[in-house]
Design a protein around this ligand. Structure first.
Ligand code: UD1
Ligand code: MN
Length: 440
């Protein structure tokens, strides 16, 4: 009872106290605001500076958080791995593997700079379990083998055993390297799919850099590749991916292409089962582009490349590198493809929407496009009627002008999409297009 009286008294006192304070402060004049423009300006400046300092601080904070999160992820992955080895799983036992594991198969030969490719692949890799890196070495080059061995159990290392000189027709002697590459590809892909039992693979070479979202890109497109039987690969490469020809604000944009781009690409075991029985003896990439292999299937490719080659010195001459390859832009943004709806890439959706969109655009001629005529049009179409048209226009606009088995680089149903002077150009055949002509 005494307690209740005490509490009531305390309440009344507090109420009175608050009321008095309120009345006193209500009648007080507001602080004088100096309204002369100069002091106002300097105060605003002050606020502005404070705000930008705050923004900078926030940025730093965000960076720190990202780093800590990354470290945490690495640590967790390591802990998981330890648990697996404690529970007695044998790494050489390839049975019972998770079907969603996506190994990265890297081809090496005699370049010690393979460490550049490997360091990047490892640093962006979100999980060693989901993305084991298999390094397959050809050529028996000691120094390169040492570099690879230095990576210990961060990678799986294998060696192509047949170092004999391949049988090469006399007039192709100087292309001997391409026979060795094809042999190496055949062997290592058999290892990956048949010996190790993986269900898909990302293929890279020892002179490729990758983008931060490399793994995300392939992970997110794998379900589409599996589902859509008219697709046979996902590639990280845009042959027309030079600055000025790409929309740098469209890093998340993906396409279908009838051209096999290579240079960082993913396939499934089903495709390997089909190709392995007749695998190419040389020039494996052009072989894949032949109609009998491609069978009208397409690959997914990005607006901005997720790989970039630094291999000026290699089996082909460095001229192509200096004239073209070194200008391809490597994407630097981290696009979270996993959060995106990629169903627009499925054939039925794509053919309806994309083709319609392209043929809806206004047509300009080559002079009008080069002169930036009608700048209000953000997308325009340029029609080519024959091979000569295509060659001439692509030379003038700066895109690749060659064909493989009649398919222009990056074309889908004959259409090549690229940027020119800040707007989208579709170099497209007539709407009645009926297929590629391998004689082009
Ligand atoms: C070009 C292609 C490459 C393709 C090759 C075969 C470009 C930029 N590159 O090779 O994607 O695979 O043609 O048609 O278009 N290698 C071996 N054994 C050898 C020599 C090389 O395994 O005896 C490996 C290399 O380590 C590398 C790959 O084959 O991973 C390609 O060799 P490289 O020297 O880079 O030749 P490119 O001219 O780039
Ligand atoms: Mn190369």
């Amino acid at each position: 009872m005494r307690n209740q009286v005490f509490v009531a008294l305390a309440c009344i006192c507090s109420f009175l106290w608050v009321t008095i304070i309120f009345i006193l402060s209500k009648d007080r004049a507001p602080p004088q605001v100096l309204l002369d423009p100069q002091s106002l300006e300097s105060r605003l400046k002050n606020v502005e500076e404070q705000l930008s300092r705050q923004i900078e601080d926030n940025k730093k904070l965000l960076e720190n958080i990202t780093q800590v999160r990354h470290k945490l992820e690495v640590k967790l992955a390591e802990e998981r791995r330890e648990k697996v080895s404690v529970s007695g799983a044998d790494e050489s036992n390839y049975e019972g593997k998770n079907d969603n594991v996506i190994p990265v198969l890297l081809f090496a030969c005699n370049r010690v700079s393979v460490n550049k490719a490997l360091d990047e692949l490892i640093s962006y890799r979100p999980s060693k379990e989901k993305y084991p890196i298999i390094v397959s070495q050809d050529c028996g080059h000691k120094e390169t083998a040492n570099v690879i061995a230095g990576y210990g159990d961060q990678i799986i290392s294998i060696k192509q055993p047949d170092l004999s000189e391949p049988q090469v027709p006399a007039k192709e002697k100087k292309f001997r390297g391409y026979f060795k590459i094809a042999r190496h590809y055949g062997w290592a892909l058999n290892q990956t799919f048949n010996t190790m039992g993986y269900k898909q693979v990302i293929i890279v070479e020892d002179d490729l850099e990758v983008s931060p979202d490399f793994y995300q890109y392939f992970s997110a497109t794998l379900p589409i590749l599996r589902e859509d039987k008219s697709l046979w690969c996902v590639s990280a490469w845009n042959d027309n991916g030079k600055a000025g020809l790409i929309d740098e604000n469209a890093a998340d944009l993906l396409y279908r292409t009838d051209f096999f781009p290579g240079l960082g690409w993913m396939i499934t075991k089903d495709l390997w089962d089909e190709l392995s029985v007749k695998w190419a003896r040389s020039y494996w990439d052009d072989w894949m582009r032949e109609p009998v292999q491609r069978k009208n299937r397409a690959c997914i490719r990005p607006e901005i490349s997720r790989t970039k080659t630094f291999g000026k010195i290699g089996v082909s001459n460095g001229l192509f590198f200096d004239k073209h390859l070194k200008f391809i832009v490597l994407n630097s943004k981290n696009i979270t493809f996993m959060d995106k709806d990629l169903s627009y890439l499925l054939k039925d959706n794509y053919d309806k929407r994309y083709i319609e969109d392209v043929y809806k655009t206004d047509m300009l001629n080559i002079q009008e496009i080069r002169q930036g005529f009608r700048p209000e049009l953000k997308e325009v179409r340029l029609t080519y009627r024959n091979r000569e048209d295509f060659r001439r226009y692509s030379k003038q606009l700066g895109i690749m002008d060659d064909f493989k088995s009649g398919v222009p680089r990056m074309a889908y149903r004959g259409i090549v999409s690229f940027m020119y002077k800040g707007r989208r150009v579709y170099l497209a055949p007539g709407a009645n297009w009926s297929g590629y002509d391998p004689k082009w």
